[in-house]
Structure formats: structure tokens, C-alpha cells
Design a protein around this ligand. Structure first.
Ligand SMILES: Cc1cc2nc3c(=O)[nH]c(=O)nc-3n(C[C@H](O)[C@H](O)[C@H](O)COP(=O)(O)O)c2cc1C
Length: 147
């Protein structure tokens, strides 16, 4: 009974297993696209400095189920929930899961965006608040859609 539960978003960070590469990311994205589309989950997965920062939006129960599955995945470890709340509307509704590989984003505007929401020049989401993570991903979503 999905429809009686409200729209939520969850943000978490985790640490990539050493040696994670393009093939792993591709496999994660392929699964995510299929599963999230079916479940009505949308969001963004940022990867940089061997850290994942992901936002999941959708029905509360489904977001919980998706996160529980992801948290057990041995391609990353030590996941930490940064935020989980009811939301009025989606911000990442166009993507079942959008991957942004920050290490490949070398342009000035991407660098500036990292610095805008952080006290350091590199991507270290552990130092960012829930609101900073959310704003960062919102702006990253716009920026990575235009370039
Ligand atoms: C960082 C990370 C993010 C992931 N994101 C998603 C996701 O958004 N949706 C999803 O279904 N699986 C995601 N996965 C994969 C899940 O951990 C799991 O492998 C997958 O959901 C299993 O799908 P299956 O039961 O259909 O085989 C992610 C894995 C990692 C490591």
C-alpha cells in the first residue's frame, strides 16, 4: 500500500571498497536504474575521493527498503545516514539514479561548487551538514545537466 505513505528523501554517505572502478559503478547504475524505476525512486549518486554521497527520494517504505539493500552491499562500507525526512516534492525527479563522478569534474564551476558548501577544496562530505549535502547535490544536478 505505497500510496498512503508520504514522500521522503534519504541522504547517506559511505566509503568505497578499495579498487572500485568503472565496471562496478556501471553495474551499480544498471541495477539502480531498473530497480528504482520500478519502485518510483529517484535521486543522485555522487562519487569522489572514494566516498559515495547518495540521495534517494520516494515513498518512505520503498526508500527504507532500498537503503537497507544498499547498506549491505560489499562494494562500500560504513554507511552513515545524514538525513531522512518527509518532503513536499522531488528535486531529482528526472532521474531514477544520476551518477556524478566528481573526480572527473575538473572544470572551475565544479571545483567552485565543492568549495561553496565545504570548508575545504576537495569533496569531503563528512564535513558537510545535511543541508549542505542537499544544496550541493541540488546545484550539482543542475550543473551536470547543462554540461
Ligand atoms: C553506492 C551504492 C549505491 C547503490 N544504489 C542503488 C540504488 O539506488 N538502487 C538499487 O536498487 N540498488 C543500488 N545499489 C545496489 C544494491 O546494493 C544492490 O546490489 C541491488 O539493489 C541488488 O538488486 P537486485 O536485488 O535486483 O539484484 C547501490 C550500491 C552501491 C554500492
Amino acid at each position: 500500500m505505497y500510496f498512503i505513505m508520504s514522500l521522503h528523501r534519504l541522504i547517506y554517505l559511505s566509503y568505497a571498497r578499495p579498487g572500485i572502478g568503472y565496471t562496478d559503478l556501471r553495474q551499480i547504475m544498471d541495477k539502480s536504474e531498473v530497480n528504482n524505476m520500478k519502485a518510483g525512486v529517484t535521486g543522485m549518486l555522487c562519487f569522489g575521493n572514494n566516498v559515495f554521497l547518495q540521495i534517494l527520494e520516494g515513498n518512505r517504505k520503498v526508500v527504507n527498503q532500498t537503503y537497507s539493500r544498499i547498506a549491505k552491499d560489499d562494494r562500500h562500507h560504513s554507511p552513515e545516514i545524514i538525513d531522512f525526512r518527509a518532503i513536499e516534492h522531488r528535486h531529482f525527479g528526472e532521474w531514477s539514479m544520476k551518477l556524478v563522478q566528481l573526480d572527473e569534474m575538473t572544470s572551475g564551476s565544479f571545483r567552485q561548487l565543492i568549495f561553496k558548501f565545504s570548508d575545504v577544496q576537495s569533496f569531503v562530505p563528512e564535513t558537510m551538514t545535511a543541508e549542505q549535502c542537499f544544496q550541493f547535490m541540488k546545484e550539482l544536478y543542475v550543473l551536470s545537466s547543462v554540461v
